[in-house]
Design a binder for this molecule. Structure first.
Ligand SMILES: Cc1ncc(COP(=O)(O)O)c(C=O)c1O
Length: 368
């Protein structure tokens, strides 16, 4: 047997929350049809993809390789954000961007700073690249808010090569104001800041969206966004980065060829073309979060404040709660892998589905 690199051997297997096909098969045996299962564990656009995506997918020639430069989609994104196409990279989901950043920038022994609890891929990618991960933990007692003076002091002494900031943060739903991020960037010119805005499209209130765009010209700020989430195309995978042309060039050099499929590129263009659909989805998400917060609190559940399209609820035993709801055909995210074994994360879904969740929750919330 040939040993893998030590960084690989030390890496735990990935845990993500989406319902697995094998779980769906078990549910089907227990009488819950897969098409009846409602997935609150994936934080994407609650209305599903734009109808234009389905139309666009119908005409695709899958025998041809995709355009590796994603030139049409890059041009469309560049125009939307008022940047040049050289400042845009399209990737196989924002997850690919996280790995590319680490592959391109993290040298063995480099420090990678993370603000936790947060999305697990930052740490995995950093460790695989040989990075040393340090985490600034936002305490539950402070509603997972980051204490800004302490964070500034912590990062100033960290000498980090990279700092990952998820904003709004998964799974807590907390949000760091753009001015705070600008202050962190100002104080640390030697650190590359990766601002993961996977949930920024659903920011509530919207003030602040795109406020960091001009920061990319500093050269040490990269914004990443997830079209997977914005436009509900998780099965296709699509994300993009906005950064200085030199940073984008470094990631493009590290990127595997053709990693973004032809259907994903077409779906991206079709989605961008249907902004009215996104607008409706934003309103639907806001309505659902307000409803879920109120109803779960009415049941006596502690629900944390959120600035985006999902919320974190305290349920005692998250794994048990997930299993109990799954038996009802409802999937929520058990947050144990985030270090929060008493929390579940619930994504916004259309109101009728939220009502179904609240009804199933009522007897369980008493038991929790
Ligand atoms: C914070 C965050 N970033 C990035 C991703 C990856 O999203 P995708 O690769 O589908 O764009 C996720 C997925 O859950 C996420 O929660």
């Amino acid at each position: 047997m040939i040993d893998p690199r030590p960084e690989v051997a030390a890496l735990p297997r990935v845990v993500h929350g989406a319902v697995k096909d094998s779980e769906l098969r078990l549910l089907a045996k227990a009488g819950v049809r897969p098409d009846e299962v409602v997935d609150f564990s994936v934080n994407s656009n609650p209305l599903g993809p734009s109808p234009r995506v389905r139309e666009a997918l119908a005409g695709i020639d899958v025998a041809r390789y995709p355009d590796d430069d994603a030139s049409d989609l890059r041009a469309a994104l560049a125009q939307r954000f008022g940047v040049s196409p050289e400042q845009v990279l399209v990737a196989n989901g924002s997850a690919e961007l996280i790995w590319l950043v680490c592959l391109a920038y993290v040298r063995p022994g480099d420090t990678v700073a993370i603000f936790g609890p947060t999305f697990g891929e930052y740490e995995r990618a950093a460790r695989l690249a040989g990075g040393r991960v340090i985490t600034f933990s936002a305490p539950r007692e402070d509603a997972f808010r980051i204490a800004v003076p302490q964070a500034l002091a912590w990062l100033r002494t960290a000498n980090a090569r990279i700092a990952f900031i998820c904003n709004p943060n998964n799974p807590t739903g907390t949000y760091l104001e753009p001015a705070v991020i600008a202050a962190l960037v100002d104080a640390n010119p030697e650190t590359l800041f990766i601002i993961d805005e996977a949930y920024a499209a659903f920011l509530r209130p919207e003030a602040g969206l795109d406020a960091l765009l001009h920061e990319i010209n500093r050269g040490n700020v990269l914004l990443m966004r997830s079209m997977t989430k914005d436009y509900a195309i998780a099965g296709l995978r699509l994300g993009y980065a906005l950064a200085a042309a030199e940073v984008i060039d470094a990631l493009a050099r590290a990127k595997p060829p053709w990693s973004v499929s032809r259907p994903a590129l077409s779906a991206g263009l079709a989605s961008l073309d249907d902004e009215a659909h996104l607008r409706r989805s934003q309103l639907s998400a806001a309505e659902a979060v307000t409803f879920l917060q109120a109803e779960l609190r009415r049941l006596g559940v502690t629900v944390h404040e959120t600035r985006t399209n999902f919320l974190l609820a305290e349920v005692g035993d998250a794994a048990r709660m997930r299993s109990a709801l799954l038996r009802e055909g409802l999937v929520v995210r058990d947050c144990t892998s985030f270090g929060l074994p008493t929390c579940i994360r619930i994504a916004a879904r259309p109101l009728d589905e939220c009502r179904r969740l609240v009804s199933a929750f009522a007897p369980l919330a008493v038991a929790a």
